[in-house]
Design a protein. Structure first.
Length: 220
């Protein structure tokens, strides 16, 4: 049945795609701002932190300088590594999707802007790490933090040579732009933190409403 599927390798974003991580991320941002004595913005601003690299979010959404953003990320991680990473839940339908794709013979991997060390802990905690050939994230020293850099590393780990056979699955514009930089298609998921308007603006190749809808994307 794999011959009917359009892709043989699936790269998954983590936050907003595999897990609903909003509570832990928002709580960690609040902790960081409290510790630095800064005002906590409205929830609609805090929600924007879910998905993009943290440094970028503190600079864009809070107005921090690059140096202050670096310190804010350090404070964020104080909370996140102990509590925030488990203030999280796997989306309904994700285990079934991963099981189905694996049964079809697809290679699955994670490509996330979240630090790799945290990503591994989260996926192991929720019992879905077993589905992935590799888990690639950013590094704690601040390198490999842009989505296209993460995708490049994930593709290398997976040994992908024909990029028409690989696809990125995510919920934000960074997933779409990162995929396109490497010549990959992108499946955008509406159950996460992005919107149809965002996906259409940045030209996602497919837009799906539920995890199992991904199975329906087959060769014509």
């Amino acid at each position: 049945m794999l011959s009917k599927m359009k892709y043989s390798t699936y790269l998954f974003d983590l936050d907003g795609t595999l897990t609903d991580s909003g509570e832990g991320i928002i709580n960690a941002v609040k902790y960081s701002l409290r510790q630095s004595g800064d005002e906590i913005p409205p929830r609609e601003v805090l929600l924007k932190f879910i998905g993009p690299p943290l440094w970028e979010s503190f600079e864009r959404f809070i107005g921090f300088t690059k140096e202050k953003a670096e310190r804010a990320v350090e404070l964020y991680r104080e909370y996140y590594r102990e509590k925030g990473l488990f203030e999280n839940s796997v989306y309904d339908g994700i285990p079934q999707l991963l099981e189905a794709l694996k049964n079809e013979g697809a290679q699955l991997a994670v490509a996330t802007s979240k630090p790799e060390v945290f990503s591994v802990r989260i996926l192991e905690h929720f019992g879905i790490a077993k589905y992935f050939y590799s888990i690639t994230g950013s590094l704690l020293d601040g390198t490999r933090k842009e989505k296209d850099e993460v995708i490049a590393a994930a593709l290398e780990r997976c040994g992908v040579t024909d990029r028409s056979q690989a696809v990125m699955v995510g919920d934000r514009l960074h997933d779409i732009l990162g995929a396109k930089k490497h010549g990959l298609d992108c499946i955008a998921v509406l159950y996460g933190y992005g919107s149809r308007e965002e996906f259409e603006k940045y030209r996602a190749d497919y837009i799906v409403g539920e995890p199992m809808d991904i199975i329906g994307i087959q060769e014509n």
